[in-house]
Ligand binder design. Structure first.
Ligand code: GDP
Ligand code: IMO
Ligand code: MG
Length: 424
């Protein structure tokens, strides 16, 4: 299969990084197609732990060309710091390419993200405060500044001057903040970041199209997840891009018919960071146990993740709208100690049983999960490498999920390390 999309089936942090890394061993290109440094993708290789934000996970595989696609929003300082840290750890970052059409995160985006959240008060979304929403908003408003503008100081200056005039009015008059200094931004972006980024900037659409024509293998690495998708997620508690598989085409420049398969990544239970509906959310002892056993703290912001039981209503929807061809189920080992495991098979909303995801957010908030319960296996599976060696109850859990999902589960995560997985 020359091109595959990796996409999160839930609310993020499913373990996309780990399985992207595994698949990257057989790839020529790994392309990030959306999001920005709101992502945190963790890869554990022996004693080494990498938490990647902007650089595609493929960077850890020697033969891969990692590409930051046109759909990504890029904070240049974060990207340069990440490349420096990787270099210092002995990773070759010389092949990384950055789309000239990707949009830049500017200092006012980050500031406005923080201020909007503060003004929303109790209604805040719980964003990562990285400037993601404001940067995508400017892209849609056609006042964004793109990576390619770094290569033309005259254009950069004209665009910044125009947009900063408005942003500074908003900062001063709406939020009572000090205006941002234009010369300082010009200096940072044009004199510090531009010369270092220039060698990376490329026509990445041309690169992936040429690669596809040569039948080279391309992996499209999603950040965030289906239910954080701007269109398909639990709006407004979403991110501002399209992590769903359709976004992989828009954000990379591969056409929809050039995508051959879609690997959905789902965690064996659920987590969510930030606000928004979560029908199977757990509280109290069970929740604490999942947080502790699963180390459920944000890779990126350090925030404690909300936890809950697996939700098949979400999964079925995610399988459909992403055209998922197969699934990877991660963190099965975290359930090793559970006596009983619950899976939501449908919801009850106002006394009615619902199998399909409710489209109305009020219904989503009211949805009460209807569970099917499975006996746990109560044994350590972190060393299991063959399907036949999985405990019977674990296999029964997997078979049930697979049957209800309607697509095969091909990979199962049994620990954070690169080789802790089972192929089914
Ligand atoms: P991503 O954003 O989808 O790439 O996921 P994150 O890296 O933010 O969070 C997933 C966490 O789970 C990371 O700490 C991974 O190292 C870890 N992880 C991934 N797969 C497994 C697994 O199968 N078992 C265990 N115990 N940990 C895993
Ligand atoms: P990875 O790629 C989990 C969440 C934030 C917030 C909402 C909007 O590691 O799975 P944003 O800063 O994007 O405007 O925040 O989205 N969020 C994530 N949650 N994993 C992520 O990325 C996330 N990226 C954003 O917590 O609720
Ligand atoms: Mg993450």
């Amino acid at each position: 299969m020359p091109s595959t999309v990796v996409v999160g089936m839930q609310w993020g942090d499913e373990g996309k990084g780990k399985f992207t890394d595994l698949l990257a061993a057989e790839m020529d290109y790994v392309v990030r197609y959306q999001g920005g440094h709101n992502a945190g993708h963790t890869i554990v290789i022996g004693e080494e732990r990498f938490a990647l934000q902007l650089v595609p996970t493929g960077v850890l595989n020697g033969q891969v060309t990692p590409i930051i696609g046109n759909g990504v929003v890029v904070d240049p300082k974060v990207l340069l710091d990440e490349l420096d840290v990787l270099s210092a750890r002995g990773i070759d970052v010389s092949r990384v390419k950055l789309s000239g059409s990707a949009h830049l995160i500017m200092p006012y985006h980050q500031e406005l993200d923080r201020l909007t959240e503060r003004f929303l008060g109790r209604n805040r979304l719980g964003t990562t405060k990285r400037g993601i929403g404001p940067a995508y908003a400017d892209k849609a408003s056609r006042i964004g500044i793109r990576v390619q503008d770094l290569l033309d100081p005259k254009i950069f200056r004209v665009k910044l001057e125009a947009v900063l005039k408005e942003k500074n009015q908003i900062l001063a008059k709406v939020y009572n903040r000090l205006p941002l200094d234009e010369e300082e931004i010009l200096h940072d972006y044009l004199e510090v970041y531009a010369p270092r980024l220039a060698p990376l900037i490329a026509d990445t659409v041309g690169i992936v199209q040429d690669a596809y024509a040569r039948q080279e293998r391309i992996l499209l690495e999603g950040a965030q997840a289906t239910f954080l998708d701007l269109d398909h997620g639990t709006y407004p508690y979403v991110t501002s891009s399209n992590p769903t598989a359709g976004g992989a085409a828009t954000g990379s420049g591969l056409g929809p018919r050039q995508i051959d398969s879609v690997l959905g990544i789902a965690k064996a239970y659920l987590t969510r960071v930030g606000a928004g509906p979560f029908p199977t959310e757990l509280f109290g002892e069970l929740a604490d146990e999942l947080v502790e056993r699963g180390h459920e703290f944000g890779t990126n912001t350090g925030r404690k993740r909300r936890t809950g039981w697996f939700d098949l209503v979400l999964l079925r929807h995610a399988v459909d709208i992403n055209s998922v061809s197969e699934l990877a189920l991660t963190k099965l080992d975290i359930l090793d100690h559970a006596k009983e495991i619950c899976v939501a098979t449908s919801y009850e909303i106002d006394g009615e049983r619902i199998e399909r995801l409710p489209y109305h957010q009020s219904d989503f908030f009211k949805a009460r999960p209807i569970y099917q319960t499975f006996p746990g296996w109560e044994q350590d599976i972190s060393n299991v490498t063959k399907a036949a060696d999985l405990p019977r109850n674990a296999r029964a859990y997997l078979e049930f999920l697979e049957e209800k999902a309607g697509v095969p589960i091909r990979l199962v995560g049994t620990g954070p390390e690169r080789d802790q997985y089972v192929r089914l």
